[in-house]
Design a protein around this ligand. Structure first.
Ligand SMILES: [Fe+2]
Ligand SMILES: [Fe+2]
Length: 183
């Protein structure tokens, strides 16, 4: 089902960024070093790509389509929505800790790394549940027509919220960070 495959592919991209972030947090904790521009890039990826775009597709398009297909909102959909909100709280906390670190407060480095790890753990569990519980519910219930419509709507939402240029820039950033931090 191509609409849901698009979301699963995005999960894989997000997981790569988590591996990069864990590497960054290792040096942050061992010697308080952090590349500010790289970390800012990761935060933007979380705020724009993960939250505005990926969670936007789920909240504004996928979940309503699932409700229309007979999956009640009470249950997995509500849990996913509440986890998106918890994630937003973690991102805010990471932003605040990063601002303190940037202003020279290196004592915050442990707390910054911990906040990142909390977000990563929440999201890895969230992605696992979507891939293995929620998405299969849609896959068994959506018609080919619904799948096509959702796929088109995902593309429109993405173009409106991040734009094609920014999408490409995120891809390049992930490739660059993979080489720097994971090779
Ligand atoms: Fe989600
Ligand atoms: Fe997701």
């Amino acid at each position: 089902m191509k609409s849901i495959d698009q979301l699963k592919n995005e999960h894989e991209g997000i997981k790569i960024v988590f591996r990069v972030l864990r590497k960054m947090c290792e040096s942050l904790q061992s010697d308080h070093t952090l590349d500010f521009d790289h970390f800012e890039g990761i935060l933007e990826f979380f705020e724009i790509f993960v939250d505005k775009c990926h969670h936007g597709k789920e909240e504004d398009l996928l979940f309503p389509a699932m409700e229309l297909a007979g999956i009640p909102r009470q249950g997995p959909i509500e849990t996913m929505l509440s986890e998106h909100n918890t994630g937003r709280g973690h991102i805010k906390a990471i932003r605040q800790a990063f601002a303190r670190f940037q202003s020279g407060d290196t004592a915050v480095s442990g707390a910054l790394a911990e906040e990142c790890e909390k977000y990563i753990l929440l999201m890895l569990d969230h992605i696992y549940k979507e891939n293995n519980i929620l998405y299969p519910m849609g896959e068994t219930r959506f018609s080919q027509e619904t799948d096509e419509k959702l796929y088109q709507e995902f593309d429109t939402l993405e173009a409106e919220r991040i734009g094609t240029g920014k999408h490409e820039a995120f891809h390049q950033m992930i490739d660059q960070f993979t080489q720097i931090y994971l090779d």
